[in-house]
Design a binder for this molecule. Structure first.
Ligand code: FES
Length: 175
């Protein structure tokens, strides 16, 4: 239960908003971090904490691409293939990334580490091809840099289970 595990963080996030219901997005991030995706249980918990109807949380989850309604890999690579990025080779980059990971868009690799998604503009059009991986931008990518990124993430996955820094980021995001 995130209400118990992250009681202090939740209290701090809610305190930053004049109306506690406005804390829904960071709390959804927290729940997703805990459960790996916005499971029904995660939605119910967030709704309960904020006195919302679970369908309100569900509708937000469906609207924003950063919330996942199905299980995803430890690292979600959201590659922008919107117009500006497409003009700088984003579609070819997506194909290359899928080939390297032996996967397809919206699928998760067999080791559970990576999910590739395509998304609309992330606001870094001049640094394409680019992707957002677990809230961190990786920009001006090419095949070599993608290989380095995969190697770094695989190494990181071995050395840690769930980074507490993600929780810190979620709390900071609400400031
Ligand atoms: S079009 Fe890709 S970041 Fe803007």
């Amino acid at each position: 239960m995130i209400a118990e595990k992250y009681a202090e963080e939740i209290k701090g996030i809610i305190a930053r908003f004049p109306n506690k219901k406005s804390a829904v997005l960071p709390l959804m991030h927290l729940a997703q971090h805990e459960y790996g995706y916005m499971s029904q249980e995660a939605m119910r918990e967030v709704a309960e904490i904020l006195d919302l109807d679970p369908t309100q949380v569900l509708s937000l989850s469906g609207f924003y691409s950063l919330y996942y309604e199905e299980p995803v890999g430890k690292y979600v690579m959201e590659i922008c293939n919107d117009l500006a990025c497409a003009l700088r080779g984003a579609d070819q980059f997506v194909d290359m990334a899928c080939r390297k990971l032996d996967t397809t868009v919206d699928a998760t690799t067999e080791d559970g580490l990576f999910t590739i998604k395509t998304v609309m503009c992330l606001g870094a059009c001049d640094r394409a091809p680019m992707l957002q991986c677990n809230l961190k931008f990786e920009e001006n990518l090419d095949e070599g840099k993608f290989d380095q990124l995969l190697a770094r993430l695989r190494e990181e996955a071995v050395s840690e289970q769930k980074s507490p820094s993600i929780v810190e980021k979620i709390v900071a995001y609400a400031k």
